[in-house]
Design a protein around this ligand. Structure first.
Ligand code: 2NL
Length: 356
């Protein structure tokens, strides 16, 4: 039997479609090929529809040939689709490859310590070098540790709510770091050499020399035979480490409830070297005095020791000195910062000048 024209055409069509499927370079092109050769308006569909118009003896062969071409093309399209999907996924993975070992982008500029933190650490280093232990304690304190055990009588004006933030009748925000020194004495027998840095709070209206939260560093040394001369020598070493090797210190009489005698401590002016002069003008740092007040100190009052005598601080057998300084004040003096508020305004033009 002669081969019908439709069968020959189907062979050509099959070969043409096969070539088109292999040539499709991506999924969009493949879909266009599928529509063109297998779609409702494709030549193959038209041939299938026309089978019923053929002479009956041709229908079987043409029908078989057309269905064979269609299923072979379906398989080829499906296989090509899988290949293209895999290729596209691999191309995308390659494109999106990330080298996690590269530095962050953009690299952030490194920050640095705040001036107050830097000075606190410098102070700690000086006293650690002199054999002191560094201790920190609670900022929310019992009135007992903040005042009573530090020899403040019940009527002392510092206890008034104008000068102290009260959390309750018996709990305050500490107004100095001394309460931690009392806790340290309760916890360890003499001899003791500690410094306590930290935040303290007082209800002051901010101005150039006051803010309601500031930092102190206090020191305490108790042993059998400590004298005011030891205090003076210790403070001289401190002044030389912080301000310069030729510093002198001067003690003047003062008053604190927890020391007797009490002293105000000056360092020789590190700007005019104690002369009080700046050329023919007076030195602006020490106001022509030649001395700058840096801290308060004294011999620990026996009444304070009596509060911790159960821990071995018998005022008949041991004695010692204590001192306290404002960390901001030291920082401002050392770096010529004229207004305490500048330290808390967080203007980077100020902050960037300090800190490692
Ligand atoms: C100042 C003065 C001072 C003390 C702090 C102290 C602590 C204990 C016993 C006795 Cl546990 N004293 N501390 C003594 C004298 C002065 O600070 O002007 N601070 C900024």
């Amino acid at each position: 039997m002669a081969e019908p024209a439709a069968t020959r055409r189907l062979e050509e069509l099959g070969a043409e479609a096969e070539a088109a499927v292999s040539a499709a370079g991506d999924l969009d092109e493949l879909e266009a090929v599928r529509v063109r050769y297998l779609g409702r308006r494709s030549e193959l569909t038209a041939i299938l529809r026309s089978i019923r118009d053929l002479p009956p003896e041709e229908r079987g062969a043409v029908g078989q040939a057309a269905n064979a071409v269609r299923s072979r093309l379906d398989e080829l399209v499906a296989a090509r689709e899988t290949d293209l999907e895999v290729a596209e996924l691999e191309a995308r993975l390659e494109r999106d490859r990330v080298d996690v070992t590269l530095p962050g982008d953009p690299p952030l500029p490194a920050g640095h310590l705040h001036l107050v933190t830097e000075i606190r650490r410098e102070l700690e280093d000086v006293f650690v070098g002199l054999g002191y232990q560094v201790l920190e304690g609670p900022e929310i304190e019992y009135e007992y540790y903040n005042f009573t055990a530090l020899n403040h009588p019940p009527s002392h004006p510092a206890r008034a709510p104008q000068d102290t933030f009260y959390v309750s009748d018996t709990v305050v925000l500490r107004t100095h770091t001394s309460p931690m020194q009392v806790r340290a004495m309760e916890a360890q027998e003499p001899p003791i050499h500690v410094v306590v840095p930290g935040r303290v709070y007082r209800p002051d209206t901010p101005d150039a020399t006051h803010v309601p939260m500031f930092h102190q560093l206090e020191g305490l040394a108790i042993d059998a035979d400590i004298t005011l001369a030891d205090l003076q020598g210790t403070l001289r070493e401190f002044a030389r480490a912080m301000f310069g090797p030729s510093e002198e210190v001067r003690l003047r009489p003062g008053y604190f409830p927890f020391t007797e005698p009490s002293v105000e401590v000056d360092v020789s002016c590190f700007v005019c070297e104690g002369t009080g002069a700046a050329g023919r003008e007076r030195c602006s740092t020490c106001k022509g005095e030649g001395w700058i007040e840096i801290l308060g100190a004294g011999m620990v009052d026996p009444n304070v020791l009596a509060y911790v005598s159960d821990s071995g601080y018998d005022p008949e057998r041991v004695q010692g000195f204590a001192f306290g300084m404002g960390i901001e004040r030291i920082a401002m003096l050392k770096h010529g910062v004229p207004d305490l508020r500048m330290l808390w305004e967080n203007d980077v033009r100020l902050l960037e000048q300090f800190g490692a």
